[in-house]
Write a protein that binds this ligand. Structure first.
Ligand SMILES: [Cu+2]
Length: 427
């Protein structure tokens, strides 16, 4: 550890300067090269030499027809232990983009621009993104961007010329790009959702394209089932993908899960990227998703191995490296056991922890006031299934109370993590 922690003033094992230095993952993004209809990718962290800030000498990145960069999940406004400086790590990503020998034609940001969709967070993001050397930045929203105001700020700033909740398409040098929104109107117990209106638009949008046109689809939540238990998938993605079957080359780019995973299914290549802000656990290796605080030396192990390699052929794409699992599981267990001590207890209280409501069913008598308290490092949002009661965005330690006067069963869920469900039973 000594090598990476230079000054540990808070005795928490994390020094800000050493922290940023060891976070090889942070400030990451993926550059995509289009060559005669075939997309190849490389991780910016792999091709940019950390010490010189320049492209590694052994890497040859031919420009091809055009290039673009994907960044994701900048979570501006997040300030918890997993990364107290999300602006700094976004700037690190931008430095890597700007170190490329040629500017990418454009940048795609696949959502969760902000952490709580506050105007000040979007202001900061806009300010920081001004330094990116590129012609244009395309966005799709993450669930965090619709958290506090149902997307009002997001759509005002990034939704010009888009349809519905922000979907659109554009063409670049013979490739058709489609930006989709699957973070709005989430249903209790469900995953991401595109919805009938957007699917109809998509079918129509693709009709005009010839089957030989390379298609790139991007959306925040993965459009394939990465890990439905954690909500990492999209309920109606199969229908969207059915419209893409006739195309020879389809690439699907997603964020949300804060790690690189790739998969090929027939003509479609699926790809998720890391966050510029903080890592999340590998599917199934922790009790819940969410910001992962990892000890510095483990973080290096964890993130030094990236599954994105410079690829000559699409069929060399690989799924995630498995050796990472055991170390990340250990660190998550440490982290979660620390948290258990801070759990508040109280009558008529629902604790939100590890992306679940505890207790899942709470029985109270009529006239009781129920309190929800968010004990996670991630925001949540309590919403009753029949819209009878609703919190606002609940950040860490925020509380929401509601008085139940009439007996009955009141089902609710988290508006942004709809897999989280609970019931208040009023007797
Ligand atoms: Cu939630």
């Amino acid at each position: 550890m000594g090598k990476y922690i230079e000054h540990n003033h808070n005795h928490d094992g994390i020094d800000r300067r050493g922290f940023l230095k060891c976070m090889a993952w942070a400030g990451t993004g993926v550059i995509w090269f289009m060559h005669s209809g075939v997309l190849k990718s490389a991780g910016l962290s792999q091709i940019i030499d950390k010490t010189t800030g320049k492209i590694r000498s052994n890497i040859n990145i031919a420009k091809g027809d055009f290039t673009f960069v994907q960044i994701s999940d900048s979570h501006i406004g997040f300030n918890k232990d997993a990364n107290p400086d999300v602006v700094g790590t976004l700037q690190a990503a931008i430095s890597k983009i700007n170190a490329l020998p040629y500017s990418p034609s454009f940048v795609i940001h696949t959502g969760d621009l902000s952490h709580l969709s506050k105007p000040s967070e979007f202001d900061t993001l806009d300010q920081v993104l001004k330094s990116v050397k590129t012609d244009k930045i395309f966005f799709v929203p993450g669930e965090h961007d619709f958290l506090s105001d149902n997307g009002e700020q997001y759509l005002k700033r990034y939704g010009k010329g888009t349809k519905g909740s922000g979907w659109y398409s554009f063409d670049n040098k013979g490739t058709h790009f489609v930006g989709l929104v699957n973070v709005v109107n989430l249903k209790a117990g469900g995953l991401g959702i595109l919805g009938a209106e957007q699917l109809e638009w998509l079918e129509d949008d693709l009709k005009g394209q010839s089957s030989s046109t390379p298609i790139v689809v991007f959306a925040h939540i993965p459009l394939w089932s990465v890990y439905p238990q954690w909500g990492w998938g999209t309920d109606d993605s199969a229908q969207a993908l059915s419209y893409l079957k006739r195309f020879g080359s389809v690439t699907v780019l997603n964020g949300h899960i804060h790690q690189n995973i790739q998969k090929i299914e027939g003509n479609i290549t699926f790809h998720t990227v890391m966050s510029t802000a903080f890592p999340q656990p590998i599917p199934g290796t922790a009790p819940a998703p969410g910001p992962m605080k990892v000890p510095a030396e483990r973080l290096r192990t964890l993130l030094g191995l990236s599954s994105i390699n410079y690829m000559e052929h699409m069929h060399t794409l690989a799924i995630i490296d498995t050796p990472l699992i055991s170390s990340s599981m250990d660190s998550m267990n440490e982290e979660k056991s620390e948290k258990a001590d801070t759990k508040p207890s109280g009558k008529n209280t629902v604790v939100i922890e590890n992306f679940s409501f505890n207790p899942k069913e709470l029985v109270v008598s009529a006239g009781s006031v129920v309190t929800w308290i968010n004990n996670d490092d991630s925001p949540h949002f309590v919403l009753s299934t029949d819209k009878f009661f609703s919190s606002t965005a609940m950040d860490t330690n925020d509380k929401f109370t509601f008085k139940f006067s009439t007996p009955g069963n009141y089902k609710y869920f988290c508006k942004i993590h709809p897999m989280m469900t609970g019931t208040i039973i009023v007797k």
